[in-house]
Design a protein around this ligand. Structure first.
Ligand SMILES: C[S@@+](CC[C@H](N)C(=O)[O-])C[C@H]1O[C@@H](n2cnc3c(N)ncnc32)[C@H](O)[C@@H]1O
Length: 205
């Protein structure tokens, strides 16, 4: 990854993802997290302020060093221990069944082998553990999908491999998760192509 990917992109993600308009979605997706939690695509820690008090500790998985640096002020403001624990969600250095819950916010779009990342989350979550997710992906409407297919090559170049057309719910169920809560909607204030969100909870059997 060049200068753009290592230095510019994490700041761009921090600025766009830090919009206050997303706070209600971050609050909703983090609600109910408890115990030992693994967060993939931790970025600059924009979810930290929304971790419930029942969270015992968080293992942050994030390849971008600049993201971790930008998270500093958020980490100092929380009493929940957060440790930068791994670089790649596709291969997690954790034992089987070692986490109570997992968190992924607008990350499954970017991980190159998303099926591998979901397999890894299944492996490290204990039976009955939950994946809390809010992800943008393939839109419910064909008209929007057409634009997503047209714009995806540009999106991938500008946003570090971010896909617009990943079918979030299908990916989760194919990986063996059972969806127990789901809300599908267009994000307010975001073009529909990049704002077709799925927010919910997926259970690891
Ligand atoms: C669009 S950003 C979302 C960041 C953060 N979750 C948020 O809600 O603002 C996607 C994140 O996934 C991270 N990422 C990319 N490839 C990854 C991988 N293989 N494993 C884990 N995280 C990855 C990126 O560095 C980036 O921080």
């Amino acid at each position: 990854m060049g200068f753009y990917g290592t230095a510019v992109l994490p700041r761009l993600v921090d600025a766009t993802g830090g919009s206050r308009a997303l706070d209600p979605l971050r609050r909703r997706v983090c609600a109910g997290l408890a115990g030992d939690v693994v967060e993939i695509g931790f970025g600059s820690g924009l979810n930290v302020a929304f971790y419930p008090a029942a969270v015992a500790r968080v293992a942050a998985v994030e390849p971008a060093e600049v993201g971790w640096e930008l998270a500093g002020k958020r980490l100092r403001a929380t009493s929940i221990p957060v440790q930068w624990s791994a670089l790649d969600g596709q291969s997690l250095p954790f034992p089987d069944d070692s986490y109570d819950a997992a968190l992924s916010t607008w990350t499954l779009c970017t991980i190159p082998d998303v099926a591998a990342a979901l397999r890894e989350l299944r492996r490290v979550l204990r039976p009955g553990g939950t994946l809390h997710f809010v992800e943008h992906g393939l839109a419910p409407d064909e008209r929007v999908r057409r634009w997503q297919r047209r714009l995806e090559p540009v999106q991938k170049r500008v946003f570090g491999g971010c896909h617009l057309t990943r079918p979030v719910v299908d990916l989760l169920t194919t990986a063996g998760f059972t969806i127990t809560e789901l809300d599908v909607f267009y994000e307010k204030g975001t073009p529909k192509c990049g704002g077709a969100d799925s927010l919910g909870i997926a259970l690891s059997p």
